[in-house]
Write a protein that binds this ligand. Structure first.
Ligand code: PEP
Ligand code: MG
Length: 889
């Protein structure tokens, strides 16, 4: 199909605003060209052309070929070189470039335009036949792999055989003649594998390469990467065709990658690497370990100065940390790429805050720069630096974080073990984009080669995984699945720990400590607090968690799950007595023992929260959860019955327990006798809890701390359930108050976690002072999924096959569960305009769900203590993106 769309843009026709069309790389090459920076000339084929290629059944149209020919003619004119000209050949690189950077996931071809004739021209022109033939063999190798689909190792084998025969260790020892011999053998491989000769016509080489880059949009690793980073599959990739410049033309040439600030820590320093006499792919692929950028300063001081100037110009222009690729050809600097650099969460926070201080960006921009999801990294436990650790070996600290796991040497194995729930650390000489699934599955990555800008490092930083690169002290034997550090042997399956911030590797496990907020992080969050309108509370049921959450900025407890208090080892026997009691008196006896314990729990939590709101949820799970497992009990009773000299007392006790466990056993406990249903049938349990809450609050009142408990009834589906239990709370209050002086302010509310409750929220609001959406159960009951069964059985399949767009237990399902939330808020506030509403399911700590809660007028979100900072940031981002919403009730 032909269209009139413009599919090809010269670099001087584009700009950074055209990223959707030109891809990130193309847009930035255009922007740099317009700023008159030294960019080798070229053109970009648009992402629309890629989509057209797929629409046309994976073929490039004649009209695109015409456009490419025209662009090529102009490039020839601009450079004075021409395609296939053996005196002055035009050589180009062909690179992918999608809207979102996907490092190494798609294909690249360098040195295109070389053939049996032009290679001679290049040799004459450069007076360097060795370089020319080396370039040609690299081209054949890349083209054959990417376009013709021939395995790289076939070519690598030829080179290693030759080196072995000659007694060489390194590629640079090979001469022009050696490379010519290699080229001869390479061409034979191509003939054998494809039944055709290696294509000699540069135009054919170009068309085929463009198709291959389009096709690489849908290779396995790119698909996996997109899924991980939630990049749409329909964007397509652009293709950049650019005049080749050579970093491997001798000791006055080289290639490098640099970040304008340290992407691991955010420090203000040029952070980069440089390889003398090498081509760009050598650095990115991590095949040779490069040297720090300061080496460039020593060998080519003027080029270094120019590079520093340009880097800082680019950072100011883009107002963000840049990741820059460059090449020096015979003493002349060329810029090949600039993009916003991938960075760790620590660096993201530091750079954003510093840039505000430098006057480069404003606070709102800084707040939007940090991805709340990424903050999880900063809120993870890390290695306790005060402990003296025995370090086995050290490498380059490529991506910070602590990790412990079993050593694996292969990406497939990493994935397989991780699926079984094992924590693994992937150890490789270097990683390639094919290892992406193994990297995702691993806790951390350790490579013996490659630098801080190698594939493993870049990808790990993007994912927030700890990574050590260039750890040359480890000698890996992939065959034997082991590595050695001197005398120490580490086998597959052995446990190691790594600290990605220091680059240290330790044997076994190491002690970890809780995270702390850095001064920059605290500052950024203080800006978030000024902007946000949504309150952030925490889910905590111990004083320690409450303190942690308050340190992280929680403004109250949104959910205190009291069942966890029942599960403490010293309480389980009493709880069991309570459950097993045959009469109300017996039960009261057990409850009387539990009362002071619960009271003590609440006292300490209230005290920790110093008057901030605390929502306490009465007992929720079914009682059988506190009793022994039915199957284990059956086996135990059976064993006792069969034993020769039975202990009859023990047998009777176990049989009693078995009877009770059987009577409490349910077919589907998630929908069974739990939550308020328990409180209605066994009111004495809830009454004890409520009494404990009031007693604790009264004691604190005497100590001068005013607490306003929020008592929450779980799993309400019908208004009568709430009205009955509200009445019970009121009566209990009257009973407790009689013997004490003073009055308490308290409220009674409900969880909304059953669809019926959301749909009848107007009736329920009559008896509720607040609603708290329990979106874990609300998601289960709305979808009719039991979470454990869904996640264990079919949910992954649903996600892989796009039956569902997201895991609804992680990101709120706006269309279904979300509609119920919205309905509930509207109905509830119609009856009670000042009804307080919040969310306390897992979604309360997830950015998209937080945004949804903001849009639907909820007052607060509540999440686990470690997620409080990210919820504060996400709440601020919601306000910045959607504007202030003002008073919601
Ligand atoms: C919920 O259902 O969302 C909730 C917070 O309760 P739980 O996870 O304890 O069932
Ligand atoms: Mg629940």
């Amino acid at each position: 199909m032909t269209t009139n769309k413009k599919y090809v843009y010269h670099f001087n026709e584009g700009s950074k605003e055209m990223r959707d069309l030109l891809g990130g790389k193309g847009a930035n090459l255009a922007e740099m060209t317009r700023a008159a920076l030294p960019v080798p000339p070229g053109f970009t084929i648009t992402t629309e052309a890629c989509n057209q290629y797929y629409n046309d059944g994976k073929r490039i149209s004649d009209s695109l070929i015409q456009d490419v020919d025209a662009a090529l003619a102009k490039l020839e004119q601009d450079t004075g070189k021409s395609f296939g000209n053996s005196n002055n050949p035009l050589l180009v690189s062909v690179r992918s470039g999608s809207v979102h950077s996907m490092p190494g996931m798609m294909d690249t071809i360098l040195n295109l335009g070389l053939n049996d004739e032009t290679v001679v021209g290049l040799a004459n022109l450069t007076n360097n036949p060795r370089f020319a033939f080396d370039s040609y063999r690299r081209f054949i190798q890349m083209f054959s792999n990417v376009v013709l689909g021939i395995d790289s190792y076939l070519f690598e084998e030829v080179i290693s055989d030759l080196k072995e025969r000659q007694g060489f260790s390194f590629d640079p020892e090979l001469t022009a003649e050696h490379w010519q011999e290699v080229i001869g053998q390479f061409k034979q491989i191509v003939r054998k594998e494809t039944k055709h000769d290696f294509p000699q016509d540069p135009k054919q080489q170009l068309y085929q390469s463009i198709e291959a880059v389009f096709a690489s949009w849908n290779n396995q690793r790119a698909i996996i990467y997109r899924r991980l980073h939630k990049i749409s599959d329909t964007l397509g990739t652009a293709v950049n065709v650019q005049l080749m410049v050579f970093g491997n033309m001798g000791e006055d040439s080289g290639t490098g990658v640099a970040f304008t600030r340290n992407p691991s820590t955010g420090e203000m320093e040029l952070y980069g690497e440089f390889l003398l006499n090498a081509q760009g792919e050598d650095v990115v692929a991590g095949i040779r370990t490069p040297e720090p950028i300061s080496r460039l300063q020593k060998v080519m001081p003027e080029v270094y100065e120019q590079f520093v100037r340009i880097s800082s110009q680019l950072e100011k222009h883009y107002q963000d940390l840049q990741d820059i690729e460059f090449t020096v050809e015979r003493g002349k600097l060329f810029m090949l790429q600039t993009r916003n650099g991938k960075r760790t969460a620590a660096a993201a926070v530091k750079v954003a805050v510093q840039m505000v201080h430098e006057g480069l960006i404003d606070r709102n921009t800084a707040l939007l720069r940090v991805d709340p999801d990424q903050l999880n990294q900063l809120l993870h436990r890390r290695i306790d630096e005060r402990v003296n650790l025995e370090v086995l070996v050290k490498g380059l600290p490529a991506s910070p974080g602590a990790a412990t796991g079993k050593v694996v040497f292969d990406a497939d194995e990493a994935e397989a073990l991780a699926k079984k729930g094992e924590k693994v650390i992937l150890v490789r000489p270097e990683t390639t984009p094919e290892d992406i699934h193994g990297i995702i599955a691993s806790e951390a990555i350790l490579t013996s080669r490659g630098g801080m800008t190698s594939h493993a490092a870049v990808v790990a930083r993007g994912m927030g995984k700890a990574c050590i690169c260039g750890c040359e002290g480890i000698k890996i034997d992939l065959q034997k699945k082991e590595f050695r550090v001197g005398e120490v042997l580490v086998r597959e399956g052995n446990t190691i720990s790594i600290d990605g911030s220091l680059g240290t590797v330790m044997l076994g496990e190491v002690p970890l400590v809780d995270p702390e907020l850095t001064p920059e992080f605290i500052e950024l969050l203080s800006w978030a607090d000024e902007v946000r309108e949504l309150s952030v509370r925490t889910n905590a049921d111990t004083p320690e968690d409450a303190r942690k959450a308050r340190d992280f900025g929680a403004e109250g407890i949104g959910l205190c799950r009291t069942e966890h208090m029942f599960m403490a080892p010293d309480r389980v026997p009493i709880v069991r007595d309570m459950i097993m009691s045959e009469s109300i008196e017996e039960r009261q006896d057990a409850l009387a023992q539990l009362l002071p314990m619960q009271q003590n729990d609440f006292y300490h939590i209230f005290k920790e929260m110093q008057g901030l709101p605390v929502t306490i949820r009465l007992l929720d799970p079914p009682l059988h959860e506190f009793l022994p497992n039915l199957e284990e009990l059956l086996l135990e009773v059976d064993r006792l019955r069969r034993s020769e000299n039975k202990d009859l007392i023990e047998l009777r006790t176990k049989e009693d327990i078995l009877r009770k466990v059987r009577s409490l056993h349910e077919m589907n406990p998630m929908l069974g006798h739990r939550g308020c249903r328990l409180g209605i049938v066994n009111p004495e349990i809830y009454a004890m809890q409520v009494e404990a809450i009031f007693n604790a609050a009264f004691i604190l009142l005497e100590e001068g701390i005013v607490t306003e408990p929020e008592i929450m009834i779980p799993l309400v589906g019908h208004v009568n359930e709430l009205s009955l239990l509200r009445e019970m709370v009121m009566q209990t209050y009257e009973r407790v108050r009689k013997n004490l002086s003073g009055e308490l302010n308290f409220t009674v509310g409900t969880m909304i976690e059953i669809p019926r409750a959301a749909l009848t929220a107007d009736q329920i609001a009559e008896y509720a002072d607040f609603f708290s959406y329990g979106t874990n159960d609300l998601t289960q009951t709305t979808f009719g999924y039991s979470r454990d069964d869904a996640e264990g059985k079919f949910l992954q399949y649903y996600l892989d096959h796009k039956v569902l767009p997201e895991n609804p237990f992680v990101v709120i399902d706006r269309e279904g569960v979300g509609k119920l939330i919205e309905t509930g808020v509207k109905l509830g506030r119609a009856v009670k305009p000042d009804l307080k509403t919040g969310i306390c399911g897992e979604h309360g700590g997830e950015k998209s769900s937080i945004e949804f809660c903001y849009l639907k007028g909820l007052n607060y979100v509540s999440c686990s203590p470690f997620r409080v900072p990210l919820a504060r940031l996400a709440a601020a981002q919601a306000t910045i993106k959607h504007g202030k919403r003002g008073k919601v009730n």
